[in-house]
Design a protein around this ligand. Structure first.
Ligand SMILES: Nc1ncnc2c1ncn2[C@@H]1O[C@H](COP(=O)(O)OP(=O)(O)O)[C@@H](O)[C@H]1O
Ligand SMILES: [Mg+2]
Length: 254
């Protein structure tokens, strides 16, 4: 069965950077692994970090299927929706990607939501690992489009406000009960004394700190050039920090 990993936290803290680097390291450590990355942040940009081009998002396609005229005559709606969902998978050599897309418009979406859940479940079972870059609200997990997460990383930047926000995400996770297994805090964009200065705030969140990622000039550079983070060199500080974090989790033995 696929292991599910998710990366959560408020916007701008470094979730997508961490997700891309985590996947980079998992591929490095397990050459034959099959990975499905799911971009569940409405402000989707995981594809850029991974160097993949998005052709269609799930939201776009579900929107299309709402128009009765779009359904070929004689085709049952659920068959049509499933056929459309299959077209949203972006395949590449190491990692396949699904992009959920922006929030859906008004009206009841129970029907596609149910199909989406089933589709994600059956698609996910084809992979060794499913990695979800999610938003702070954890909407897809609370709505159960993604039914469980084995390992959750809550990301905070190096600010007291960021850590408090990570604490709120932790509360949300606790509210999801059994849906989430191990939960870790990762502090990003740190400088030499960040963790000392933040230690009191970190303790208050009840989260287990698994490691930090220093500010890495190479990450800033690639970001400025709009290049994939996946192409960072092994010596990059960010890459080495993510490798250290990976080694402390079960994800090292997939
Ligand atoms: N370790 C790091 N060093 C330098 N810049 C970073 C680091 N981690 C993230 N960033 C920068 O912070 C910004 C937000 O990162 P991103 O991963 O897109 O956050 P999120 O997905 O949480 O919105 C980006 O400009 C990114 O390049
Ligand atoms: Mg992001």
């Amino acid at each position: 069965m696929a292991k599910y990993v998710a990366v959560a936290g408020k916007g701008g803290v470094g979730k997508t950077t961490f997700t891309a680097l985590l996947l980079r390291q998992i591929v490095k450590n397990n050459k034959d692994i099959s990975i499905l990355a799911v971009d569940a942040d409405p402000n989707a940009n995981l594809n850029e970090a991974l160097g993949l081009k998005v052709t269609a998002t799930i939201s776009d396609l579900l929107e299309e299927t709402k128009n009765p005229k779009a359904i070929p005559t004689g085709m049952p709606k659920d068959v049509f929706v499933e056929y459309k969902l299959q077209q949203t998978l972006i395949e590449s050599q190491d990692i396949d990607l699904l992009v959920m897309g922006g929030p859906q418009g008004p009206g009841c979406y129970c029907y596609p939501n149910d199909l989406l859940r089933k589709y994600l479940e059956s698609l996910g079972s084809n992979y060794d690992l499913v990695a979800v870059d999610t938003e702070a609200g954890l909407e897809h997990i609370s709505r159960r489009t993604i039914s469980h997460i084995d390992t959750m990383f809550v990301i905070s930047d190096s600010s007291a406000r960021g850590i408090r926000s990570a604490g709120r995400v932790h509360d949300l996770i606790k509210g999801l009960r059994s849906a989430v297994g191990e939960v870790y805090l990762v502090v990003t964009k740190t400088s030499h004394d960040s963790l000392d200065l933040l230690s009191e705030e970190i303790e208050k969140t009840g989260l287990k700190l698994i490691g930090d990622i220093p500010i890495d000039p190479l990450v800033t550079e690639l970001d400025l050039e709009g290049k994939a983070l996946y192409s960072l060199p092994d010596q990059s500080q960010a890459v080495q920090s993510v490798q250290k974090i990976l080694e402390k989790t079960h994800l090292i033995n997939l």
